[in-house]
Write a protein that binds this ligand. Structure first.
Ligand SMILES: [Zn+2]
Length: 136
């Protein structure tokens, strides 16, 4: 004997006892299984929750987001490791390099809109990137 969780077309749930799965399909095909609530014979087996449980593995989209986040982290790490932090002196330092006062190097820092205008007018190439504030 086996017990199956069944559902009628009106979404009533009930249990059915069968000798084997073959008997279930034969009775179902013949319309002999009826809902005890509404007597409907459009019966379907309710799949066990285990069978339809979502895989714990990441979906393709989640993997892509995860990968992108990792690349962003690597990017910021690269900037931190390879660019000297000059803070608010960014414009001054950038101009000094531009005019050969100091050797060219990678710097990072902050600049005001006014300062950015100057840099643009002087033809200094720079890039603005959103940089996350450190928590500590
Ligand atoms: Zn029913």
């Amino acid at each position: 004997m086996m017990v199956l969780d069944l559902q009628c077309a009106n979404e009533h749930f009930f249990e059915g006892w069968f000798g084997n799965s073959e008997a279930f399909y034969r009775q179902k095909g013949a319309g002999e299984i009826r809902c005890p609530v509404c007597d409907d014979n459009q019966i379907n087996q309710v799949l066990s929750p285990v069978a339809i449980k979502r895989s714990p593995r990441f979906s393709k989209e989640e993997e892509a987001v995860d990968l992108a986040a990792g690349q962003v982290q690597q990017f910021y790490k690269f900037i931190e490791d390879n660019f000297e932090e000059v803070g608010t002196d960014f414009t001054k330092e950038a101009l000094k390099m531009h005019y050969g006062v100091t050797d060219k190097r990678n710097i990072r820092g902050s600049s005001t809109t006014e300062e950015e205008k100057i840099l643009k007018e002087e033809g200094v190439e720079f890039h603005k990137i959103p940089f996350p504030k450190k928590e500590n």
